[in-house]
Design a binder for this molecule. Structure first.
Ligand code: AMP
Length: 425
């Protein structure tokens, strides 16, 4: 099956092509035709399956088909997510798929100023991606009008319930039109999810697909245990010994990305860093140089790397493990795409054992461990709390969670898109 077979508008097909997607993933192939028939769905799909495009593309298609009725910018679709990171990521995807349409999207979450969000909403937004807590603030302040919502999407619904959002979700749903289409995505089918779906979905079609990327046969994963102070030396060793020509390296912080980039240059390895503090131009140039093979290493933070799509990227290195386990899946999913072979290596020091445990729990498998003779960790070094850098609170938990609506105390380098209405990009 191709995207053309799904009957999508050419404006969407163009955006899909620009994303480099050649064929729908299993969740997309199953969900898109059902959503296009205006049916509710209950989908068992985790991050990494392509679920975001699975609900966004048919939603945009239906909005385009109804355009003659509702051309004004008013909220027509609402996507609820458990964390600000997911909200940002989903909105980035929506903006990319909607880039040739006139629809504007915005992201709304707590922990940042509410006023820019109010201003953006006042200007007119078609698609809102929100965490429940802040959305309720807008509802109670009457700064958002949800009376024209045709689509409600509950993304990672199980996680929202785990985080105690059930009452918030119910309060949001209470102000939405009854005559709407509801799509619920959840990694698990707990009794609580079943209850939620019987309450709010109309005879939903059940769709379930297996995770495609973390357990993908095409990505060879390995953990290299090493002391923190020797990671740079090990990375240089691996790149030179393996004669790696194109490596995407992830760091947790912007500062860490810059520092590593400078160190690699000192070691004679051409590199560039991309992160939120770099200008758009600098990011575009770095990516173009990397794709063209002018530089061997691109050092990136999670948020900066989100839009990166590189065909046949052979090596991904986690210089530091992410503190949010799902980010691991996103990071390694940059390699081994479309049946190509890829290698994802993580350099792990004793401080990161808890992150590693969280990741292995999420992907439900043990990642093979490697101890190189010349880089054996010093057993006398004890674990220390991890400095998240920047304005992120020091957290040493593998999973997010906690306070309502904004993903605990995580103050991601995001917020940058917060409330920013966007049309064409
Ligand atoms: P998601 O599960 O929505 O977080 O998507 C996981 C990753 O798959 C994202 O990086 C998407 O850009 C990518 N993706 C989504 N659909 C496709 C597709 N049809 N072909 C290739 N990659 C895709």
């Amino acid at each position: 099956m191709t995207f053309n077979d799904l009957g999508l508008n050419k404006l969407l097909l163009k955006a899909i092509q620009e994303q480099g997607y050649t064929k729908p993933t299993p969740i997309q192939a199953q969900a898109i035709p059902v959503i296009l028939q205006r049916k509710d769905i209950l989908a068992g799909a985790q991050t990494g399956t392509g679920k975001t495009a699975g609900f966004t593309l048919p939603m945009l298609e239906l909005l385009l088909r109804a355009k003659h009725q509702t051309s004004k910018h008013q909220v027509k679709a609402l996507i609820l997510t458990p964390t600000r990171e997911l909200a940002l990521q989903v909105e980035e995807n929506i903006a990319a798929y909607a880039r040739h349409t006139s629809y504007k999207s915005a992201v709304i979450f707590g922990g940042v100023k509410i006023n820019p969000q109010i201003v953006a909403l006042r200007k007119g937004i078609d698609i809102v991606v929100a965490t429940p807590g802040r959305l309720l603030d807008h509802i109670s302040q009457k700064t958002i009008n949800l009376s024209h919502v045709d689509f409600l999407i509950l993304d990672e619904a199980d996680r929202m319930l785990d985080m105690g959002f059930v009452n918030d979700i119910k309060k949001v749903i209470a102000v939405l039109p009854k005559d709407r289409q509801t799509l619920l995505f959840s990694a698990t089918y707990s009794d609580a999810i079943k209850k939620l779906s019987t309450q709010f979905l109309k005879s939903p079609t059940l769709i379930e697909v297996a995770r495609t990327n973390a357990s993908s046969e095409t990505i060879k994963q390995a953990i290299y245990h090493v002391d923190k102070t020797r990671k740079r030396e090990l990375l240089t060793h691996l790149i030179k010994e393996g004669d790696w020509q194109q490596v995407l390296v992830f760091t947790r912080t912007k500062h860490g990305a810059n520092r590593l980039c400078g160190q690699l240059e000192t070691d004679g390895i051409t590199s560039a860093a991309i992160h939120g503090n770099k200008s758009q131009n600098a990011r575009v140039k770095a990516l173009a140089d990397f794709k063209a093979g002018n530089i061997r290493v691109l050092v990136a933070t999670d948020i900066a790397a989100r839009g990166i799509d590189i065909d046949q990227l052979p090596h991904v290195v986690n210089y530091e493990l992410p503190n949010v386990s799902e980010d691991y899946v996103h990071r390694i999913g940059r390699t081994g795409r479309a049946g190509n072979k890829g290698e994802a290596i993580s350099l792990v020091c004793v401080d990161e054992d808890e992150f590693l445990a969280g990741i292995e729990k999420l992907i439900k498998k043990d990642i093979p461990k490697v101890w190189l003779k010349d880089f054996k960790p010093d057993p006398s070094i004890k674990a220390e709390p991890i400095n998240m850098g920047g304005n992120r609170g020091a957290r040493n938990k593998p999973r997010g969670g906690g306070s309502r609506g904004n993903g605990g105390n995580r103050n991601s380098s995001g917020g940058r898109n917060s409330g920013g209405g966007r049309g064409r990009r």
